[in-house]
Design a protein around this ligand. Structure first.
Ligand SMILES: N[C@@H](CCC(=O)N[C@@H](CS)C(=O)NCC(=O)O)C(=O)O
Length: 406
């Protein structure tokens, strides 16, 4: 493999530029999974050396919708908390001894264990003020009942039955779709009851109970069943509700993005997509704060990223005589191109064809670049690795740099 030209900037320079354009920061967790973790937005409110009042146990990959509920509430209520990640494929014995259901989420609220997402949400209201339940006693009781009923309403079961059905028999699928739509109609009617866009007169625990699941179904069903909740004229209130959620900063911190959700379904269940798993999203991919956040993540966590790529992408197969240092260098080079592109966009042209082009062709370097970019594009998960907006910008940039290789 021939040697690689410098891209122009060092990682340190790229990181400094990225950090100027985003306030997003995460904690590094060297050698652990996940390799970084979000910092709760209210942690700065704690006096130094003080233990946060809440410890949240959640899944390593941040895929669990039930954990997302609790995280969402903690962010909305601005409660400082710390997180312990539980590997669901290999739960530690201390965890299964501690939590009777052995499921995530669980939490210690001032040392007291609470489990089941709904019960944790209610316990947070009891301990930290009822900011996510209406004050007036009558509305408070109605809202509490809606929270109690959310997981019994059957929409989740109907949604996942439609999604996971293995038959391709159109009649069976049409029936499952009709059952699910009937459940969505109930949600639509519930949302129509109050003026405003939430389930009750203000944003509440009910919205938090529903949002992680409806988000996932709204992302998965178009790709795996060609069924659309978003943009569907049958559900105007549900669509206004999604829009209202989108206005909430806490939601942007905790939510996932459609591509993460759709890739996950293929990986976990082997589901066969009908639609495009990786549709472009111009709105998010253009915004500088998201691009800078993605570049910051990449620059700051590059060692873990490079290690993961070398270990898991298959790129080592391209090593000549077992020399992986040249491969590592080519991986580093392409990640740096990606960070540069995230920060500069089209203002500074990519070195089209510099590595793979006809004047300076080195097919191995280009191949390493192609593997690296395709791998990281599909590997990143929001919100595990970065926010949903940053992940969208990251994937769009990876595609753009990938397209510059050949
Ligand atoms: N009813 C529970 C459901 C929690 C749940 O199903 N958690 C899943 C992750 S999404 C889990 O812990 N799975 C691990 C397992 O089944 O062993 C809640 O609301 O907290």
């Amino acid at each position: 493999m021939s040697s690689i030209q410098n891209t122009g900037s060092s990682w340190e320079q790229l990181l400094a530029i990225a950090q100027k354009h985003t306030s997003a920061r995460r904690v590094r967790r060297a050698g652990q999974s996940p390799s970084t973790a979000p910092i709760p937005s209210s942690l700065h409110k704690l006096p130094p050396e003080t233990k946060p009042p809440v410890l949240l146990y959640r899944d390593t990959n941040s895929w669990c919708p039930f954990c997302e509920r609790v995280w969402f509430a903690l962010e909305e209520k601005e409660i400082p908390f710390e997180t312990e990640f539980i590997d669901l494929s290999n739960k530690p014995k201390w965890y299964t001894d501690l939590v009777p259901t052995t499921l995530v989420p669980a939490a210690k609220i001032e040392g007291k264990l609470v489990y089941e997402s709904k019960d944790i949400l209610l316990a947070l209201e009891d301990r930290f003020g009822q900011t996510l339940l209406p004050e007036d006693p009558e509305s408070n009781a109605v809202t509490r009942q809606l929270v109690e009923d959310a997981d019994k309403s059957g929409f989740l079961g109907a949604g996942y039955k439609l999604l996971r059905e293995s038959t391709s028999d159109p009649q069976v699928l049409a029936n499952l779709q009709a059952e699910f739509e009937a459940k969505l109609d109930e949600i639509e009617q519930a949302l129509a009851k109050y003026s405003g866009n939430y389930f009750v007169s203000s944003f509440s625990l009910v919205d938090i109970m529903y949002s992680p699941h409806l988000d996932r179904l709204a992302a998965n069903l178009p790709v795996y069943r060609n069924y659309h909740i978003k943009g569907n004229p049958r559900f105007p209130h549900l669509n206004a509700w999604f829009e209202a959620l989108n206005q909430r900063p806490a939601y942007h911190r905790v939510k996932s993005d459609p591509i993460t959700n759709n890739l996950l379904l293929r990986r976990r269940w082997g589901a066969q997509p009908i639609g495009n798993l990786l549709p472009p999203d111009a709105a998010h991919s253009e915004a500088i704060e998201y691009r800078a956040e993605a570049a910051e993540r990449l620059s700051n966590n590059r060692e873990a990223a490079i290690g993961d790529i070398l270990k898991n992408s298959g790129v080592q197969a391209l090593a000549v005589n077992g020399d992986t240092s040249a491969i590592a260098q080519a991986v580093d080079f392409h990640l740096k191109l990606l960070a540069e592109y995230l920060l500069n966009g089209n203002d500074r042209p990519l070195p089209w064809g510099r590595v793979g082009g006809k004047d300076n062709a080195d097919p191995t370097i280009a191949a390493v670049g192609a593997i690296t970019l395709a791998y990281v594009r599909n590997r990143i998960c929001a919100p595990r690795d970065m926010s949903a907006g940053a992940a969208t910008a990251f994937r769009a940039a990876a595609d753009k740099v990938l397209a510059s290789l050949y």
